[in-house]
Design a protein around this ligand. Structure first.
Ligand code: SF4
Ligand code: SF4
Length: 409
């Protein structure tokens, strides 16, 4: 028998999401891990309070198909849990309602509960890359089967959010901001993501590739109707295949490499067996966010330095869209956003460039898509120390050349 990571790709035909989910699960023999009377934990992506058609949260049709599939095995109890990106109390409940997942759970007698409302437990990370302990829900331990239900979206900081990044939602509210602040560099944050995934380690993953987001994902991007379901067990292989399907370079998604280093799966396509449809059958190049050029064939420190130098983004607030709801300044992990003195239409928050760690949380969490990142490449280079020194050297050399030409003529 092949010991390759098996990944099933299934096109959604004629809007029949359930048929695609069932077929994908059959292709990877997912029924083999299911038994009667199990406690099942479903972990969708419920980033924020957005409706399903905005493609920021796992689509209810995909979740519904998985619930129906799970019910065939007579589970003792099914939970659907997440902790939204915003730390405000009640934010996850609101996101569950707006995403359509609360209503679905009520219909299907599934317990829909924010992780932060369950009993807490501190987990120790084995062979940590960045975090030693993770505070999450007791349900990660109590569940017999954890099913990861991520969505395919581009991500301003991490490039891709799918299997591994989705489990960041298992840590509770304010702890997310603390992780961003403590592990601000993309290298360290990616290592933290791999550590977090290693604690929850889902038994099965069903990827929602029905409606996806490209460009300014994961919440303000353009919707892509990719019409695909992908299922498997190996998160690194699954995310690598998603990169192939969406035209991204898996080496640019640093948390994949970190997760591979942690032996959570493989990025090597030779070790991955694709079942059902091929990558080419569902290929659609996604518009990717303009983040730092991490795949440059340079030592990591130099790539990070140049990335920070050239690709450093400026946060911009759109006064026409901003409703001064406070989400951005309440959730910025390093207090780099200051509310305006007067809360009145037309005023916008202020951004503190020096404090900002480019974590992308404000863009991701603004409910009104009023925050944007702008990158002025030339300005970044010219106004950096490297730029100033380069310009000074060029000026001195030009002056010396001028003197030399003048002296011989
Ligand atoms: S930018 Fe967005 S999150 Fe920040 S105050 Fe305005 S509407 Fe709220
Ligand atoms: S201003 Fe935005 S990008 Fe910068 S640290 Fe705060 S939340 Fe992150």
């Amino acid at each position: 028998m092949s010991d390759k990571s098996k990944i099933a790709i299934q096109k959604i035909q004629s809007e029949n999401v359930q048929k695609a989910v069932y077929k994908a699960l059959e292709l990877i023999n997912a029924g083999e891990i299911m038994k009667k009377d199990q406690v099942i934990l479903l972990k969708p992506n419920i980033l924020g309070a957005k409706p399903p058609e905005r493609a920021a949260t796992t689509h209810p049709e995909v979740v519904k198909a998985v619930i129906h599939w799970v019910k065939k095995y007579n589970p003792k109890k099914v939970y659907l849990c997440d902790s939204s990106g915003t730390s405000k109390p009640g934010a996850t409940e609101l996101a569950m309602k707006e995403s359509g997942l609360k209503a679905l759970c009520d219909e299907e007698s599934v317990e829909c509960i924010p992780f932060e409302k369950t009993e807490r437990k501190i987990y120790t990370v084995d062979d940590p890359l960045e975090i030693n302990e993770i505070t999450s829900s007791i349900l990660l331990e109590k569940a017999d089967i954890i099913i990861n239900l991520p969505k395919i979206k581009t991500h301003g900081q991490c490039l891709l959010t799918c299997c591994i990044k989705n489990m960041f939602g298992t840590i509770l509210l304010g702890n997310k901001a603390r992780t961003h602040a403590k592990s601000a560099l993309i290298d360290r944050f990616s290592a933290a993501l791999a550590d977090i995934y290693s604690v929850s380690k889902p038994h099965l993953t069903v990827i929602d590739g029905y409606l996806c987001q490209e460009g300014k994902g994961p919440s303000a991007g353009d919707v892509v109707k990719l019409d695909v379901i992908i299922a498997g067990y190996d998160p690194v292989a699954l995310d690598t295949v998603v990169c192939q399907i969406t035209g991204m370079n898996p080496n640019d998604v640093i948390h994949l490499k970190k997760a591979e280093d942690k032996r959570l799966g493989t990025m090597n396509m030779d070790n991955i067996e694709i079942l059902g449809n091929s990558v080419q059958d569902v290929y659609r190049k996604f518009k990717i966010p303009k983040i730092r050029p991490v795949s440059a064939p340079l030592p990591r420190w130099l790539a990070n330095y140049l990335g920070n130098l050239i690709f450093r983004a400026t946060v911009k607030f759109n006064p026409d869209k901003c409703r001064l709801c406070a989400t951005c300044w309440e959730n910025c992990p390093v207090d780099a956003i200051i509310p305006p003195k007067e809360i009145k239409k037309g005023n916008i928050p202020k951004w503190n460039k020096k404090k900002c760690i480019t974590c992308y949380c404000c863009v991701e969490l603004c409910p009104y898509e009023a925050v944007d990142f702008k990158i002025n490449y030339a300005k970044n280079v010219i106004f950096s120390w490297t730029g100033i020194i380069t310009i000074a050297i060029i000026t001195i050399l030009s002056f010396l050349l001028f003197l030399w030409v003048a002296s011989i003529s």
